[in-house]
Design a protein around this ligand. Sequence first.
Ligand SMILES: C[C@H](O)CC(=O)SCCNC(=O)CCNC(=O)[C@H](O)C(C)(C)COP(=O)(O)OP(=O)(O)OC[C@H]1O[C@@H](n2cnc3c(N)ncnc32)[C@H](O)[C@@H]1OP(=O)(O)O
Length: 725
Amino acid sequence: MGGKTTISVGSDGVAVITIINPPVNSLAFDVLNSLKENFDQALQRDDVKAIVITGAKGKFSGGFDINAFGGLQDGKSMSTGLASKPGYVSIDILSDTVEAARKPSVAAIDGLALGGGLEVAMACHARIATSTAQLGLPELQLGIIPGFGGTQRLPRLVGLAKALEMMLTSKPVRGEEAHNLGLVDAVVSGDELVDAARRWALDILECRKPWVSSLYRTDKLEPLGEAREILNFARTQARRQAPNLRHPQVCIDVIEEGIISGPRVGLMKEYNEFQVLLHSDTCKSLLHIFFAQRGTTKVPGVTDRGLKPRQIKKVAILGGGLMGSGIATALVQSGFEVVLKEVNQKFLEGGLGRIKANLMSSVKKGKLTQEKFEKTMSRLKGVLDYESFKDVDMVIEAVIEDVSLKQQIFSDLEKYCSPNCILASNTSTIDLNLIGEKTNSQDRIIGAHFFSPAHVMPLLEIVRTSKTSPQAVVDLLDVGKKIRKTPVVVGNCTGFAVNRMFFPYAQAAFLLVEHGADLYKIDRAITKFGMPMGPFRLCDLVGFGVAVATGGQYVVNFPERTYKSMIIPLMQEDKRAGESTRKGFYVYNDKRKASPDPEIKKYIEKAREMSGVSVDPKLAKLSDKDIIEMIFFPVVNEACRVYAEGIAVKAADLDIAGVMGMGFPPYRGGVMFWADTVGSKYIYGRLEEWSKTYGGFFKPCAYLAERAALGAPLSAPLDQAKSRL
Ligand SMILES: C[C@H](O)CC(=O)SCCNC(=O)CCNC(=O)[C@H](O)C(C)(C)COP(=O)(O)OP(=O)(O)OC[C@H]1O[C@@H](n2cnc3c(N)ncnc32)[C@H](O)[C@@H]1OP(=O)(O)O
């Protein structure tokens, strides 16, 4: 609490108002009130000729205080604590006080000017920034639209097309680009920033620089006909990319209103729509994801012990396949030295080639210069023995999912690596206790489960056993941060959190199809729900070999709830193994476009015969809603087990694991959050009903039964769950 602004008036007659609210100088109500008070003071004081607004400690402002959204959603209005007037901040403060003032104001921007922060800056008469400043309106990523005039001012400063791009993608621009776009008026170094802004403000006063009110500029706006075309194009694109989301369309409508009816009308529409969107499920879900993502690095009993991460400089990777080379790419890119070990020269060359190709693709996209590419490659070394392992700080094993091979590797590692070296495995399913069974190094054995392609996918599942030391977890969290992954720390079990939660995803789909549902309809319904692809398309992508190998682990470990379907083994007999063979549940053309294949019917019928299942006419006519529930309620059920067993310490961690590991739509808040919007009672009732008809696969777990009986949310903190950590 206690954000504020300060004011100091220099002998040059310029008042500098500084926003102070660590860590990102967010615009809490206190700050906005204080900004208004200090601005009024500056206007009234005779010794003040001009005004500079800046942010403390190298950050202008990260925008409106996101912590305050909860209160607003609980019924308070955006004007709470300021005045009970619609549009008080955007109209009364920013337009009628700051922009309409008879004294010029200049924003001095270093670090962040995001959301409300940039909106304050755009209300000033000029903006000076550093080259590293980040300026953007990322409100759409929170399910809302800019609410302090951003929808009206940004198009007038940078043109409609660029403004739409910035708002719809939520991506900020850096100082230089902002300058080229006309969003800022000059770029200077951090040391010169405030002085340059002071001079600029005085220059405006003395007519040496223009006195610009961005709200009333029209020179950057495209002619009306062209503007309409741009807006319609953006509407179509946004609908295609996010068919389930309303707020991007609302954002476009609000911008259009300002262009057609004038910016004051636009500001009022912006205010009204903002209030509506703030209460939407989408906004609530995305806010949950925002905080849940930042909460994953806070692990009770680990990150609250005051442990400092040890320095990890050199990492060895075992196995240069798809996973190993992806992990190596992520590491070398972030400055780590990497030793890649393979079993023979051919495999080693293959692995090194893949890393090179990954980096080259960044060069081709202009994200990496040739010079940096060469420097990055120089940090990589390929080896065939353990000789160079003696001074590595961490090893990540990424060989095939074979328990005895992994056991052998880990006992070798114990011999060749230093006693402090962290021994990590990238296994996606195998119990870590089993992997380390033949060693005496259980305290430094840890899971570093990446998702393919490892240099692209944002999640890192960190798996700790009951013996893994907190120090090893802290070290791996630090490595994760350096390679820009979102970590989720989970306990040890078959499949850990992500794969275990999602194994029923494909299983439910097979059960439905064997009982008569249409597989392509299932994929369509699931994609419409917001998953990147349905379960059958996903099986094709992953490949049947992997699907069978991981499925085997579940049959062994959770036999009572594994649905054993013969569809995949039958297809494998015909050399159909998924996208890599161009034939799986779909057939694929040269451009990897998937088309349904009528041949599939014969495998389904044969599998049905073998399992003795008969077609249920009800399942042949399932609605999309039924499909979604029959696929995802088993996922929720398993997520509940994972939570109740203490594999995840927070339900929110499972939400992040599902969103980042499996592509569960973030605007539904993650599996557990979404389940709570549906209700534990309803989910329990449906699962219970299906388990009677279709068997144990659907049987609700004890935790779900208990929560349903209490009518309690599934994601509320656990009181008595026995932790396995
Ligand atoms: C009316 C207006 O139009 C509406 C708005 O302005 S909505 C807000 C628009 N602004 C945003 O969306 C920016 C959101 N923030 C971010 O993208 C990133 O936090 C950032 C780029 C500012 C900083 O990123 P990074 O350096 O990686 O630090 P990050 O861990 O994300 O954030 C640091 C802390 O600041 C907090 N924070 C970041 N932005 C915040 C905000 N706008 N309000 C309140 N807290 C914020 C985070 O919750 C985190 O808190 P924690 O340490 O307690 O977990």
